[in-house]
Design a protein around this ligand. Structure first.
Ligand code: NAP
Length: 327
């Protein structure tokens, strides 16, 4: 089996950027996309805060541009999902759902994060039948209907505003009486006539209606303990994200599911780098992920250069001699 220079796991902004930089460095990178090419950006209707695009652009278009640019310089892209890695032996091993196995000298992990679930009765059963985690994907099915949005962050506000394009009414249900989302989105949401808010309230169950899809949600006021039934056609849940890092459990240093990196995107194993939301619970922006992908790629390049005339064990010992400088 031939040994790859660098395998990039994931196809969000950090992954494609790592592909761009490592391909321009003539490292002939292999990028394994995961199940959803583009990750969360591909599900975003409009990206307004990525520099260079003053008018904003649709998420899927940005993903396409990222991919084209990475491929232009030779990044090889495989539409496959990594389900096992062995980082204990060098070269590292990467295995995929389709049964491929690769050996590689370095790895850049950019597996991102997935929507957090509420974990309440009805949520799983009614997913795809009124429960959704993506307004861009499913908003169209709720034309002239009434939906609830759960959460008080930027995602809940942005998606809630987006859903007013289709729905007759959007009710944002938040567990506190103050939103977490940015002031600009708060202003837009408060000014939108189709949006109502229910404060200090959580959903304790999502209930099936007569049509077999979502018919109502059970609300619980967290201050008074009072419960009530609220009729709705759909429940959109935007309560944060969970990092996609389970394949690295027990191999890389992790914290709350996130891969721990130093300020140069090095993980606890020399030769393995991480970028984007899998190692960043704080900034989570396309622009910051792109920057982290750049850094990871440049560090991988440096690592591979050292490996040319020094055995891995020596490079590893040298690198581990320095303590992880946490960002
Ligand atoms: P987030 O900022 O973590 O907000 C999650 C929201 O869900 C919070 O309001 C939280 O309530 C609520 N929540 C969490 N667990 C809950 C539960 N079990 N039940 C009910 N409510 C729950 O997540 P996000 O909105 O997905 O945003 C993530 C990051 O991406 C942020 O940094 C955000 O700025 C960024 N983002 C930016 C944009 C943009 O710039 N346009 C768009 C989307 C996201 P509490 O407030 O009470 O904690």
């Amino acid at each position: 089996m031939s040994v790859e220079n660098v395998i990039i796991i994931g196809s969000g902004p950090s992954g494609f950027t790592a592909g761009l930089y490592t391909s321009r460095a003539q490292l002939n990178p292999l990028l394994l996309t995961g199940n959803e090419i583009g990750g969360q950006v591909a599900l975003t209707y409009e990206i307004e805060n990525y520099p260079g695009f003053p008018e904003g652009l649709p998420g899927p278009e940005l993903v396409e541009r990222f991919q084209q640019q990475a491929e232009r310089f030779g990044t090889r892209i495989e539409y496959d999902y990594v389900n096992e890695v062995d980082l204990t032996q060098h070269p590292f091993t990467v295995r995929t759902q389709r049964g491929a196995a690769y050996k590689t000298k370095s790895v850049i992990v950019s597996t991102g994060a997935a929507p957090r679930k509420l974990g309440i009765p009805g949520e799983e059963e009614l997913t795809g039948r009124g429960v959704s985690y993506c307004g861009t994907c499913d908003g169209f099915f709720f034309r002239e209907k009434e939906v609830v949005v759960v959460g008080g962050g930027d995602s809940a506000l942005e998606e809630g505003i987006f859903l007013t394009r289709f729905a007759a009414k959007v009710t944002i249900i938040h567990r506190r009486d103050e939103l977490r989302g940015s002031k600009i989105l708060q202003k837009r949401a408060f000014e939108n006539e189709k949006i109502d808010f229910i404060w200090d309230t959580v959903i304790s169950s999502i209930n099936e209606g007569e049509t077999g899809a979502v018919g109502s949600v059970t609300l619980e006021n967290v201050k008074t303990g009072e419960t009530s039934e609220f009729d709705t056609d759909g429940a959109f849940i935007f309560i944060g994200h969970v990092p996609n890092g389970w394949i690295f459990d027990g191999q890389l240093e992790m914290e709350d599911g996130y891969i721990v990196t130093d300020k140069n995107m090095h993980t606890s194993i020399p030769g393995v780098f991480a970028a984007g939301e899998i190692q960043d619970s704080r900034f989570r922006q396309v622009a910051s992920s792109v920057g982290q992908g750049t850094m990871a790629a440049m560090e991988a390049e440096k690592f591979l250069l050292e490996l040319e005339d020094t055995p891995y064990e020596v490079v590893k010992a040298e690198m581990l001699g320095h303590e992880l400088v946490l960002a």
